[in-house]
Each structure stands twice: as structure tokens, then as C-alpha cells.
Design a protein around this ligand. Structure first.
Ligand code: NI
Length: 180
């Protein structure tokens, strides 16, 4: 297994639309799922979409338990039903570190998906799991949660993260320079 690099907003690759997986049960898909789970747990985060690790296929890993004991894998997930009732939840994202803000979404959803071996299943979710599934499925469509916020907030977040990114690059350059 290996830790994967998580793309940071506003990286344009976060806006690519993922393609459905067509081959199940392969070594490649198993490794992708295992690496995504390891990366998600290490971060630590409650969900990760393949888009965030620059793999543009419809694969999501989620674990909303505190002790990281219930890994859920969704391949080619589709929302087949969403409640009219909405809930607002303070969302965060591994691609938007340090930023949390309220997003309104359906409170309950029913999702149909496949596991890595191609076995179909359905799950009905509420609470944090419902939030997480919808948030990760947005990633597969190239959408990051900050796009639900006002343009003013979004631009502020973009500027903050770009500034941090430049700082990290400068630090890396200085470290490299110091080794000379
Ligand atoms: Ni996210």
C-alpha cells in the first residue's frame, strides 16, 4: 500500500469529471482502493474521492466511525433517491485544508454502487454519512464544496490556500538550497 498525494484546491485537476469503472476485481482497482483508504485514514479524513488523488474514475472511500473500523467503498455510485428534507452541515475537505463551512444538502439519500469486485449494493444514509456520500460524489463530478459558498467566501479561501501553497514551495526551495 502507499500514501497518495492529495490535490489541493484550487488545483484545476479537481474539476475533472471522473469516468465510470469498467473493469472490476482487478489488481489495479484493489490497489487503488487500498491506497485511497490508507491515504484517507492517514490524513485523517472521513472520505476521499479518487479525483482528489488525481485518478479520474468513479471510486470513493468513506469511514465515518471514530475508530476507523467501518470502511465503505463505493465504485460507480449513483444517488437513486434523496429526501426533500434538507440539513445544513459544517463541511471540510482534505483538498481544502483548514476550511469549514455550512452546506445544505438532502438529509437522507439512497445510493446504489458496486464494491471493488463488482458486487452491487444499496445503502440508505442519513446524518454525517449522507453528507459525506454527497460531498464525495460531487468530487467525482469535479465539484468542490466551496463552490456552494458565496463567490466572496470562495475567493477568500482560494487566496488563502494559494498563499499557503507559495509558502510551502518557498520552504521546500530553502530546504533544498540549504543542502547544497
Ligand atoms: Ni472533499
Amino acid at each position: 500500500m502507499a500514501l497518495l498525494k492529495i490535490l489541493r484546491y484550487p488545483d484545476p485537476r479537481l474539476h475533472k469529471v471522473a469516468k465510470p469503472v469498467t473493469e472490476f476485481g482487478t489488481e489495479r482497482l484493489r490497489k487503488l482502493v487500498a491506497d485511497m483508504a490508507e491515504t484517507m485514514y492517514d490524513a485523517p479524513g472521513v472520505g476521499l474521492a479518487a479525483t482528489q488523488v488525481d485518478v479520474h474514475e468513479r471510486v470513493v472511500t468513506i469511514d465515518v466511525t471514530e475508530d476507523q473500523s467501518q470502511l465503505l467503498v463505493f465504485v460507480n455510485p449513483e444517488i437513486v433517491w434523496a429526501s426533500e428534507e434538507k440539513q445544513v452541515y459544517d463541511e471540510g475537505c482534505l483538498s481544502v485544508p483548514g476550511i469549514y463551512d455550512g452546506v445544505e444538502r438532502p438529509a437522507r439519500v439512497k445510493v446504489r454502487a458496486f464494491d471493488a469486485d463488482g458486487k452491487e449494493f444499496e445503502i440508505e444514509a442519513d446524518g454525517l454519512l449522507a453528507v459525506c456520500i454527497q460531498h464525495e460524489m460531487d468530487h467525482l463530478m469535479g465539484k468542490v464544496f466551496v463552490e456552494y459558498l458565496s463567490p466572496l467566501k470562495r475567493n477568500r479561501i482560494k487566496a488563502k490556500l494559494q498563499k499557503e501553497e507559495r509558502g510551502m514551495e518557498r520552504d521546500a526551495a530553502q530546504r533544498a538550497g540549504g543542502r547544497r
